[in-house]
Write a protein that binds this ligand. Structure first.
Ligand code: ADP
Ligand code: MG
Length: 479
């Protein structure tokens, strides 16, 4: 090969490297001025090749003083290449773009004659990176504010990811991996079986929220609510995702509200109850006086027993309401519950001459529920109905079995009704239109019914009356 053809070949290769290079390339002389550039650089900088010629490269830098610094790095490196540092350049239209800048020395016959500057445009990656960091920070902040941590689990790969907040909720240090044995120990021993059981049912596709307690490493007991889901990723892999919230404070507030509503109801009931007890007591006293004079005490004794039973039901009812309850679901006769509650409310109704009639279907099945809680719901709903009914008004209680193993209880009054606008407010804490109302009765009732996997519904017509329906399943699904 002649030296001429070698030269032509080299020139062609140089052009290929320059013009087909996917990165922006500038060739500089020893003064740092541009002597050649490629199409990609022209495109990103917005300058034409002719405009670029003779420009000092540093005039393209957002911070030109950096040029000297980078040049001294080149010299210190013994005129080796300086690879990939992030640098902000400004385009002809003064738009800033970020490049990964590499500097390479050009030698001719052993002499340094200039430099190539390679600019890889990374503006897009940088903005995506900044955006994702921003989103991550925002997410971490909102998780902290709401005490919600989230997690991901790939069961096939056995890999798990927890957010910082989840570690925080469990009182553990984020060491980058999830210490499963330690985690299992944190779950309250009484809740452990139920927790893993429900986790297993998640893998078979049953999604359910679970509330459970943990004992943090510092001994503190907290209540957590975990909501999770099984999904298939785009590449067909099983992924379980979930969010876990520390609901300890909410639960405390709720329990406090429950208690205050209960106490207020009991307070309001007390006067009526005194009546309810005094009446049978008066007759008992009378009969006691009569017995010594009669020849047929049996007849009196029967009535007396009946009166004593009445006092017993009423006091028991009040005690169930007042006593803090250990939650225990058991088969319960709703009809009996309603009858007991009506005994307690009897005076309340009498004072307003409200007539209460009960229409129950035959053989209504038992409902599995927490009896004292259902008591509380019946009491709230019936009391509302009596309070809504006009003087001399009517309240009808209907009980029936639906076709899907459910029992429905309807309480119908002929009160003023509730406007469409206010119906949506029912169950809102402290929403009350009564002078001495707490506005907590329906909120609590709704919560209890939901916990029983049941439903509470309101139908109302202004000036006509209101029907409240409570549907309860006969059997409780197992967690
Ligand atoms: P409270 O009885 O203490 O006011 P509740 O939560 O039991 O609180 O009820 C909230 C509100 O809902 C009542 O103040 C009343 O305005 C309305 N409400 C409830 N039941 C009825 C009903 N049967 N008829 C008309 N309004 C009702
Ligand atoms: Mg009420």
């Amino acid at each position: 090969m002649t030296s001429k053809s070698l030269f032509t070949n080299n020139l062609e290769e140089y052009r290929s490297l320059m013009y087909y290079n996917p990165d922006g390339v500038c060739k500089l002389n020893l003064d740092g001025k541009i002597v050649d550039s490629n199409p990609v650089f022209e495109e990103v900088s917005g300058y034409s090749n002719t405009e670029l010629l003779g420009m000092h490269f540093k005039s393209l830098m957002v911070d030109p003083s950096r040029w000297e610094h980078e040049q001294s790095r080149v010299v210190n490196a013994g005129n080796q290449r300086i690879a990939g540092f992030e640098c902000e350049l400004k385009s002809k239209t003064a738009k800033c773009f970020v490049v990964l800048l590499s500097i390479m020395p050009i030698f001719t016959e052993g002499r340094l004659v200039g430099q190539y500057v390679i600019n890889r445009d990374i503006t897009q990656q940088i903005s995506e990176r900044t955006y994702s960091v921003k989103i991550q920070n925002m997410l971490a902040f909102s998780q902290r504010m709401a005490s919600i941590g989230s997690w991901e689990l790939y069961p096939d790969r056995k890999t798990t990811y927890w957010t910082d907040e989840l570690f925080h909720i469990y009182g553990m240090e984020n060491t980058g991996y999830v210490p499963f044995e330690k985690y299992n120990e944190l779950i309250h021993p009484d809740d452990r079986d139920r927790y893993w059981e429900s986790f297993k049912s998640l893998s078979t596709g049953v999604q359910k929220d679970i509330e459970f307690r943990i004992i943090k490493p510092n001994g503190e007991i907290r209540t957590l609510l975990s909501r999770r889901q099984k999904i298939l990723t785009d590449n067909g892999e099983i992924l379980m995702i979930g969010a876990t919230q520390d609901v300890t404070e909410q639960k405390r507030t709720q329990e406090f509200l429950f208690k205050s509503e209960k106490l207020s109801t009991i307070g309001q009931m007390a006067a009526g109850l005194a009546h309810e007890i005094r009446n049978p007591l008066t007759s008992l006293k009378g009969f006691l006086k009569l017995i010594p004079q009669t020849t047929d005490p049996q007849r009196y004794l029967q009535i007396m027993e009946h009166e004593i039973n009445r006092i017993e039901t009423v006091t028991n009812e009040l005690l169930t309401l007042a006593k803090p309850q250990v939650k225990k679901f058991q088969p319960t006769d709703i009809e009996q519950k309603v009858a007991n509650v009506l005994q307690v409310l009897n005076t309340h109704a009498l004072m307003k001459s409200v007539e209460i009639s009960v229409e129950a279907e035959r053989n209504i099945p038992l409902v599995e529920c927490e009896p004292s809680q259902i008591d509380q719901v019946c009491l709230n709903l019936l009391k509302n109905a009596i309070e809504a009914a006009p003087i001399g008004g009517k309240v009808i209680v209907q009980m029936a079995q639906t076709n899907q193993e459910k029992v429905i209880l309807r309480i119908i009054d002929n009160g003023p009704g509730i406007s469409q606008e206010n119906i949506s407010r029912l169950g809102e804490p402290f929403y009350s239109t009564k002078e001495n109302g707490t506005g907590l009765g329906l909120m609590i009732s709704q919560k209890i019914v939901l916990e029983h996997h049941g439903k509470l519904e309101f139908h109302s017509e202004v000036h006509k009356g209101t029907t409240v329906s409570m549907v309860l399943p006969c059997r409780q699904p197992r967690n």
